[in-house]
Design a protein around this ligand. Sequence first.
Ligand SMILES: Nc1ncnc2c1ncn2[C@@H]1O[C@H](COP(=O)(O)OP(=O)(O)OP(=O)(O)O)[C@@H](O)[C@H]1O
Length: 691
Amino acid sequence: MLKLVFSSSCRGHCLNTVAPRLRVKSDSNSLFDVVGRLTGLTRRSPTNSLSRAFFCSDSNDGSGSGSGSQPVVEVEVKGVESDSDGSDSKASSAIVPTYPRPEDYLTVLALPLPHRPLFPGFYMPIYVKDPKLLAALQESRKRQAPYAGAFLLKDEPGTESSPSSETEKSVYDIKGKELFNRLHEVGTLAQISSIQGDQVVLIGHRRLRITEMVSEDPLTVKVDHLKEKPYDKDDDVIKATSFEVISTLRDVLKTSSLWRDHVQTYSQHIGDFNFPRLADFGAAISGANKLQCQQVLEELDVHKRLQLTLELVKKEMEISKIQESIAKAIEEKISGEQRRYLLNEQLKAIKKELGLETDDKTALSAKFRERLEPNREKCPPHVLQVIEEELTKLQLLEASSSEFNVTRNYLDWLTVLPWGNYSDENFDVIQAQTILDEDHYGLADVKERILEFIAVGKLRGTSQGKIICLSGPPGVGKTSIGRSIARALNRKFFRFSVGGLSDVAEIKGHRRTYIGAMPGKMVQCLKNVGTENPLVLIDEIDKLGRGHAGDPASALLELLDPEQNANFLDHYLDVPIDLSKVLFVCTANVVDNIPNPLLDRMEVIAIAGYITDEKMHIARDYLEKTAREACGVKPEQVEVTDAALLGLIENYCREAGVRNLQKHIEKIYRKVCTTAHLKIMKEKLKVCNGY
Ligand SMILES: Nc1ncnc2c1ncn2[C@@H]1O[C@H](COP(=O)(O)OP(=O)(O)OP(=O)(O)O)[C@@H](O)[C@H]1O
């Protein structure tokens, strides 16, 4: 049992039920076999023709005189529809009763078709919303007269001809005379194949013409049965036109799979074929609008009908060509995009594997932009401009060129600097004092100066960079107090020693044109600390070297001078940096060795050596504690007496600073550790030997 469906949504026709087995005796050559041969469709063997021979038995009787192929209908109610409820199966089994014959129906119920006319030989499901009409249809089936007239509904005057202009429901709102006037005169005698709920499946049989209205509700009309005008089947023009229709159909079939399905289904169910049927078939499966289809239906001249159909299938051919080209273009686009995506993904994977991902220009730019984004608001406009210019340049450069690397490094430095980032300064004098005292004993002058600095900063609301120079003999705590000051002020700490420095580039940076060029110490410092207001300790400023190319002291001057350092220009960076918020602390052993212009700009705080009493305090409260912790000794384990410390200071550590004293204390603790360890080992040995 077969169930084959024509796409009714696009064509409006449907082969939607099972054909009862009718034997159609026909010796006419099937045109669809010709189409099948041309398109490679398999031709059914003659033995199969029994099961596929279904078509309205007298739909081709118009060719009577011409074709002379009048099929003999013998009803054999063998095949039954296996509907779910089974209610219709009986009814549908008697599709073509022997009596009365279809041509005997001269008064029929008129069914309005809103979308397309019904062609002989085609199925069409319709929804009958009018209960009266539905009841009448059911009644007529019961009376063994399952026929009605299906007529296309004319568009309402003034509305556009579109399939959606009239819904199924509103069609059945029109009744009586109004409906009669809205129906096209020519329609189709339709066999009611099945009724399921409000769905009625019609099979087109033959053409009808309305002559008069018999009753209004449900609309019943008197009809004339129409026959095709006699034609000569050997007429060359008709033959040529039909061959052209077939050839066009064949071309469409090549491209449109939907049509292929239609023809295959149709050819399996249609046995004989002739010119009028070919015309009907072409028009029925074309996507032409309802009026064009109606025109074909109304045409009784076979040649004209073939011509009309040819027009429609040619148009269909054009549509299918456009459809094909659209499909091809979209397919190409999609496959091209997919290919590119795949290749890109592969490229990414390869780069990742080889560690080359950073060389990707776009990824690099994205990285730099991402890094800059949090500081963009605070970043000075001139720097932003340079960054944007360099980013554009980066995109234009060849990734393998040396210039590319220079630009990449430059951008790396430009974007990594903490533009406008400051650490929250501590303006609490008491807290600062506590921190300073925690770390160092004495050093009153230094501490006082720092507290003054904080107090001024608090009153002003902002602190200005200063240059403080701590001078004194080695080991008096110049460097360590610098770290302590940074902690007290809550600034980041950076130390660099300029002892023996003779290259100006160390301070001012190299020009970017040199291979391996680097920015100066100050830019490195900013990158390191991540804030623009760190405490920078410049150690051993009195031991600054003398360069053969340029004077480091002068470069340092530019760096330290509060007047100039608001716009400090590093050779590498090439954009001014604001260093005015940086607190510079320099250390020197001998002030006299500091170049005069530098010394002039500094606030020198001299730290003299410590006296014995001070050393005692430092040793007891700071040095001993640090040394003990460093050696992992607990306070209760060792006791260093004052006499011992005094002896150490007076006899062994007579220098001004406390570095030597610190070393001796550390030495004592190391010795204590070793002795204690040896003692424990001896005890263990004694135990082992049985003493
Ligand atoms: N007043 C102090 N209180 C506590 N510790 C101190 C004090 N002065 C110095 N020290 C300690 O002495 C050690 C040496 O100090 P530091 O290295 O800062 O000396 P310096 O003056 O910088 O020497 P140099 O001039 O040789 O660089 C440090 O461990 C430091 O903690």
